[in-house]
Design a binder for this molecule. Structure first.
Ligand code: MN
Length: 498
């Protein structure tokens, strides 16, 4: 379906991956009715599309990646409280707390913006803050679907806005989609951002892809038929086999590493084979290698050694007929869904429960499959933060940043603080002198007291005295960080006040 095309709620319903029971269909249709009425008369930036097309496209993406009826309903409603007369309270009254909370979460995330700094530490903190504030992974998925449609319709915005949004997408949303393992959304966001950030190289690379794939199309089609015949003859139940090409941005990255020489790229085109069981993957690999000679050192077994984001597949590069190299990817249907839909795919597989893995033997309760997937994909961060497995038992909640508050300086730097931190903590974390000379503070432009509890995402401005230092013994009563405490004490001691 082309992105320009206007869609209806029927397209969303047709694409759901679950059993469309009456109650679930009624929920989605109900959410659509409210969103449509609320956005009535509003247009998208293009001026021609009705605004409702935007939440419909977001909901369609959510349906396609396998999310449930509540998330799809929240996707349809995601811009309602922010942009229409219908309030969050009314949504809660109509659809319940769970959906209203998801919608509020999306609204809140919309306020986080990429500001000046492009340093790695800043970007990493911004991504963490994004996830911390979402608190429910489904909110992040709605935000990604929202961003995808905004990127697909970016041409209607003025150039400077295009650049800012594309940069934010590349630096914040693409890494998040990648960490959550949602390849399908990741590559689309990545290629779209690339196009707006570097049109020249995008066009150049895209031409290469099209030309190469065009040239090789007949060849690939023939290979697909031959391989399928061979595999079937050997008793493999091939669920799907098709030609694929590398995505624009990833090809460009690779070209840059290989002197822009397209001949050095072996996985530009390839074939993907989907089989039912894990054992079939290795059988298939054997059959492929028997028919076509593998390129030494190019066999990658991501099944026994998955990528950090959970990606599983076997990759091998073979010498095809006429001496042409091509990459063959072999995986099960489940691995394929997980690669495309990542964390979202666990909704599709949630009925299938699995026994406890060794990983969880300490835990007393059985863990459904969906949580195992979720846990696997977050293990990376878990390690980073040194938290216990037990803390992940709550399933969908993003708990590991629970006790963190992220606040901005007026210049856009992010200060990472513990919960209930105050402007004085903030000031000392910016610089010792800023703390010592603090006289007042503003949060989001409004004056606040020095013991104000900073909220996630607030911009904190510290007012300072140029002439004298002000640390007061009273500050010790409310500061939360040891850094602030020790700096205040140090000053008081020096002045003989402590
Ligand atoms: Mn939106």
């Amino acid at each position: 379906m082309s992105i320009e095309e206007n869609i209806t709620i029927e397209d969303v319903l047709k694409n759901v991956k679950f059993d469309l029971e009456f109650k679930k269909e009624a929920l989605i249709r109900g959410a659509y009715a409210v969103a449509e009425k609320a956005h009535l008369g509003q247009k998208r930036k293009s001026g021609k599309d009705d605004y409702i097309q935007h939440p419909l496209h977001a909901a369609l993406t959510l349906a396609k990646i396998g999310l449930g009826s509540k998330t799809i309903a929240a996707g349809l409603l995601h811009d309602v409280p922010e942009d229409t007369y219908v309030t969050s309270k009314e949504l809660e009254y109509k659809f319940g707390k769970e959906i209203a909370t998801m919608v509020d979460g999306v609204t809140k995330l919309g306020k986080i913006k990429l500001r000046g700094s492009k340093e790695d530490v800043y970007l990493e903190n911004l991504r963490k803050m994004f996830l911390a504030m979402a608190s429910d992974i489904r909110v992040v998925l709605i935000k990604l679907a929202d961003r995808l449609h905004n990127m697909e319709t970016l041409e209607y915005l003025p150039p400077e806005k295009q650049h800012r949004i594309a940069l934010e997408t590349m630096e914040v949303f693409v890494p998040i989609a990648n960490r959550l393992g949602i390849g399908e959304i990741k590559v689309r966001l990545e290629d779209l951002s690339f196009k707006y950030l570097d049109l020249e190289n995008y066009t150049l690379t895209e031409k290469l892809v099209t030309a190469q794939y065009g040239q090789r199309k007949k060849y690939i089609d023939k290979m697909v038929i031959e391989l399928k015949k061979e595999l079937t003859k050997e008793g493999i139940n091939v669920l799907n086999i098709f030609g694929r090409t590398k995505h624009v941005h990833s090809l460009y990255q690779k070209l840059k590493r290989h002197d822009m020489d397209i001949k050095k790229i072996y996985d530009l085109i390839g074939i993907r084979i989907i089989v039912p069981e894990l054992a079939n993957c290795y059988e298939t690999l054997g059959i492929v290698h028997k028919k076509y000679r593998p390129l030494v050192g190019r066999i990658k077994d991501y099944i026994s050694l998955p990528k950090p984001n959970g990606y599983q597949s076997i990759h091998t590069t073979i010498f095809g007929p006429e001496g042409i190299f091509l990459e063959v990817q072999i995986r099960t249907k489940k691995m394929d869904d997980e690669a495309e839909f990542g964390i979202a795919s666990h909704w599709i597989y949630s009925e299938k429960k699995r026994k406890l893995k060794n990983f969880f033997l300490k835990s007393k309760h059985a863990v459904p499959d969906k949580e195992l997937v979720w846990v696997n994909q977050l293990r990376e961060w878990q390690n980073e933060l040194g938290k216990d497995d037990a803390e992940f038992m709550e399933g969908l909640k993003i708990d590991f940043f629970k006790n963190h508050i992220f606040a901005f300086t007026p210049l856009g730097d992010i200060i990472d603080l513990p919960e209930d931190a105050t402007p004085i903590d903030f000031a000392y974390h910016v610089h010792g002198e800023v703390g010592n000379r603090a006289t007042g503070a503003k949060a989001n432009g409004k004056m606040v007291t020095l013991d104000h509890k900073i909220q996630n995402g607030e911009v904190i401005e510290i007012l300072t005295s140029r002439d004298h230092k002000n640390p007061s013994r009273d500050w010790l009563k409310f500061v939360r960080t040891s850094l602030a405490k020790s700096q205040i004490k140090k000053y008081l001691k020096k002045e003989g006040l402590l």
